[in-house]
Design a protein around this ligand. Sequence first.
Ligand SMILES: Cc1ncc(COP(=O)(O)O)c(C=O)c1O
Length: 470
Amino acid sequence: MARGCEEHAPTKGSALSSPDLEGLLNEVAKLDQDPYSGRLFTYVYETGDKRIREVANRALLKFYDRNALDFTVFKSAVYFERELVKFARELLHGDEDVLGTYSYGGTESIMLAVKAARDYFRKVRGMQVVPELVIPSSAHPSFEKAAEYMGLRVRKVPISAVDKKADTEKLKEAVGDSTALVAASAPNFPYGTIDPIKDIADFLKDKHTLFHVDACVGGYILPFFEMSGERVDAFDFRAEGVTSMSLDAHKYGYAPKGSSLLLFRNPELKKECTYVNVSWPSYTFVNTTLLSSRSVGPMAAAWAVQSYLGKAGYLRLAGQVLSARNRIRDGLGGLGFKPTAPVESSILSLCNEEADLLVFVLAMKMKGWHFELQRRIEGLVPYNIHMTITPVHDAVAQSFVEDSQESLKSPAPRQVAETVRKLSEGRLEELLDLVKRGEVDSASIVKMLEAIPEETARELAKEIVNGMFK
Ligand SMILES: Cc1ncc(COP(=O)(O)O)c(C=O)c1O
């Protein structure tokens, strides 16, 4: 950046039209990967359709300065939330009893689901028993984060080596009197597989144990895969034992970030997720979410995109995702890549015994493609690459496959070869220095962290992050 922000404090006229400020913002934006390019295979869910972005941005700006903290003052928050919940409930086959809560993201929805389960458990079992959360090892880290924040014990069960889904038998064994909540994914992020939701739900229904389905990724896309004629195993409220579900509008709902929904099977459960304080000397404090003050903007944007697209629009975009997924799977298949798990969602996890995947990921990065290297799990999964496919990828699938072919053939670029050599020689100190300076990317970090005990790795990560934000 050319100059510090302090030199740019607007003095007179419109700050918005200040060329200095605009220029500075443009420079800061250059620090980022372009979210619209189709070159990212995680973090953003891009359609490639500018009109959708415009619809979202208009709504976002119009409602940005309204505060959902008090929805009796800013009633638009209630309107948008109800409309979003209605659409989601229909998609996931919930009945009239199903209520929902809008949150700012998948992690928040999951934390609220865990909080509701913990408090429901305490109501029934009292405070003496430590409530337990049973999850497959492929579940999103936000479940463990929630347990850490809220004092639950986690029982993690392995996934099956055959289909990379929750091992149902092991999961059933882990469920007991102290289980407050069982969770599974539709699909999980690492492999894109849908856990055996119906089996688990049937088992838990008789035990009256709560069951959360994390459909943060799948909620807005699997229903449209199903409508497109793809085989999708029952993963939603059609399975009777499912008591709550999360789905992210800021993923395949194509809304800007800050948009997720949490649906509860009945009003009793939703009550457990709501925080009320009537003893505070100021206003009556009621939060349905972890955050209090928050902008209505993202809700408005999610609603605007939903209304603009409608089911027909989502179906069309799901078709593009399927096309891109199949073209990339088949194209890379011709280069020796194989899926590590059944391909049944919008996520691909591919391995290749012939290739050094770290070199491949880094070489592709030099061509501007960004996707992640995932860890090897001894006896279960080899090193693999992860790709979350979005509609924009249909337009770039061909060039992605061509660049993959070149990257596999060409020797590792010098920088890449250097990182790989340092890793194989165990020169972690040197690598850590590079990480701290932001010169080693996330793919190499996966391999580095394997060489370090978990506790040390966690501490190290915190130290590095502190340094980055200093
Ligand atoms: C399966 C799954 N659940 C939950 C989350 C958390 O979502 P967020 O990043 O919006 O908090 C993610 C994020 O990628 C996910 O893949």
